[in-house]
Ligand binder design. Structure first.
Ligand code: PYC
Length: 412
């Protein structure tokens, strides 16, 4: 046990220092980041840590981590389908591996392995395809048989009784889960410590552009002059981009999720079934953390629905009938900004100084570290890093889409 922890245990809350501070808001910053989720916070953190740029404000309409960063199912993996996607997601996974040490704060990262089930010949073929592309990029991923799955998940029904029997799976040992709030708090703490200002309850109401250049943002707390604005507002990115006159090819859909009551440990991998539309893992508290596809309509609603819970439970029970008596404890929804190719949009836009880190669909949380690191590099050098060049805004006009069918929960 660390000395710090022991001291806190003995002194109670007296020895606790806040993870980040409230600072007076200035009327000018070198960089203004809109959105206090993991992407915005990580961008500020790496700007300060890697590039010494500390005159940075994060503007968050509500409280940090209130959007997708606090509403996801905490899955981290890099077994994507496109070489561009795999390299990008893999850098994030590697950053996650060192993040607890980097923060000096436990983010409860657990590389417990990730299984994507195949229930048809066609999906088995896709898993083989993914495994080959993964391996070519150096990512640990392979197709395994039902017998091997049984070893990893003895509770799953691998007989021919389910409507869609399991024929195999893509197994990705480095995939896993991480405590999402801890990631938000760790980045907030690290950014604050280096001089970044985090302004909660600060809503952006307009962006001032003169001669095609950003000059300021308008907020409910006054006007802030700046030459660099980063739109890191998953779920609301089109509304912010509209303020700068930038159109984004994005539609917004809710993605619902749920947790069960706590159970004794029985599942130590992440399970995904594209055919049955569910994914689940067991948290360190014993809850089953689970979700399904995006809702089949565009909306900004973050309400949970009974229809979703019923559909999800029905699908899970097909493979885990022994969970029949388990009660759902909580349900919620987050907003997903979906692009036409299921890849993000990162970097420069036609408006000088207006940068985007958006279009994060159902895969944004896992990429917080790499997005923050690479967006910070782009801001510091005014050059697009090679790793994120495939995701540039211009690809939609140049016809260079990055069709990322390894994205989860995009079925409709
Ligand atoms: O991309 O792994 C994923 C994922 C899981 C749930 C939503 N997206």
């Amino acid at each position: 046990m660390s000395l710090k922890l022991l001291k806190q245990g003995l002194n109670g809350s007296k020895s606790l220092t806040p993870m980040w501070r409230e600072q007076p808001i200035k009327d000018r910053y070198d960089v203004v980041i809109i959105g206090g989720g993991v992407h915005g916070l990580a961008t500020a953190y790496y700007l300060a840590k890697n590039h010494g740029i500390t005159d940075v404000a994060i503007l968050e309409k509500r409280y940090i981590g209130r959007g997708g960063s606090g509403r996801n199912t905490t899955i981290v993996r890099s077994n994507y389908l496109t070489p561009e996607g795999i390299l990008f997601y893999d850098e994030s996974l590697k950053l996650y591996e060192d993040l607890s040490q980097d923060f000096d704060f436990n983010i409860m990262f657990s590389q417990r392995g990730h299984l994507t089930l195949a229930h048809t010949d066609a999906s088995l073929r896709t898993m083989r395809w993914r495994a080959e592309v993964n391996q070519l990029q150096g990512v640990d991923s392979r197709v395994i048989s039902p017998d091997e799955i049984k070893e990893l998940v003895p509770f799953m029904d691998l007989s021919d009784h389910p409507r869609f029997p399991v024929m195999g799976a893509l197994y990705h040992p480095p995939g896993g889960v991480v405590r999402h709030d801890a990631v938000v708090w760790g980045y907030a703490h690290g950014a604050d410590k280096r001089g970044v200002h985090i302004h909660q309850l600060t809503e952006v109401t307009g962006i001032d552009v003169e001669q095609n250049k950003v000059v300021a943002v308008q907020t409910n707390r006054g006007r802030i002059k700046t030459g660099t604005v980063v739109n890191a507002t998953a779920g609301w990115c089109t509304l912010i981009a509209d303020m700068a006159g930038v159109k984004l090819p994005v539609e917004t859909r809710p993605l619902q999720a749920a947790v069960s009551e706590p159970l004794k440990p029985f599942l130590d991998t992440v399970i995904v079934s594209g055919t049955l539309h569910f994914y689940l893992s067991q948290s360190d508290r014993g809850e089953i953390v689970t979700g399904a596809s995006v809702d089949p309509y565009t909306s900004y609603s973050m309400d949970a629905t009974l229809g979703f819970a019923e559909g999800l439970a029905g699908h899970i029970l097909e493979l885990f009938p022994s969970l029949g008596k388990v009660r759902l404890m909580r349900q919620w929804a987050g907003l997903c900004d979906m692009t036409p190719d299921y890849s993000p949009i990162m970097g420069f836009t036609p408006v000088e100084g207006f940068l985007v880190d958006v279009g994060w669909g159902t895969y944004g949380f896992k990429t917080g570290p790499v997005s923050g690191k690479r967006m910070a590099e782009l801001i510091a050098t005014n050059r697009t890093p090679d790793l994120i060049a495939p995701f540039k805004y211009d690809r939609f006009f140049e016809g260079r889409l990055v069709g990322e069918k390894g994205a989860a929960s995009v079925g409709r």
